[in-house]
Write a protein that binds this ligand. Sequence first.
Ligand code: HEC
Length: 141
Amino acid sequence: MCMKTRTFVDTNLTLNLLDNQLSKPELLIQQLALIALTVILIILLAIFTVHRLRVSDPYIKNILSLTGNPVQGHAIFQMNCAGCHGLQADGRVGPSLQGVSKRKSRFGLIQQVISGETPPMPQFQPSAKEMADLLSYLKTL
Ligand code: HEC
């Protein structure tokens, strides 16, 4: 009688231990999945916020609301940019700009023109309309 109870307790203990061992890796995977999900959410939120901030910049908002004229943009390009990027935008001092609007977003292109972050390319201050025209010309390349 006494033996029986003990065996029962032992078996129960062993089962409990086994249970714990089984559930631990699962718990770990669950925790990792939760962490991964949180990180992904934070990254998405950051991208979304940066995008919102960019779009809410009044100058950029203005540019994006305008329809550029590529002929006008070409004229602006020849006066300001062709000296370095070539008359056909195929590159001289500056790199060729063929297909540049596929490599760079509109934000990236605007940033490139107005920031002056990559000397020797100077910092330009085109009006929103001029920038929209330039963008529409760059898109044709
Ligand atoms: C004094 C020479 C110079 C002038 C003028 C100039 N650029 Fe540039 N541009 C450069 C150089 C050099 C680079 C490469 C910068 C780097 O990435 O290090 C460049 C890079 C660029 C890029 C990025 C190309 C890429 O593949 O990422 C764009 C777009 C661009 N220029 C557009 C323009 C436009 C539009 C104008 C006129 C408003 C202009 N540039 C005027 C020299 C010039």
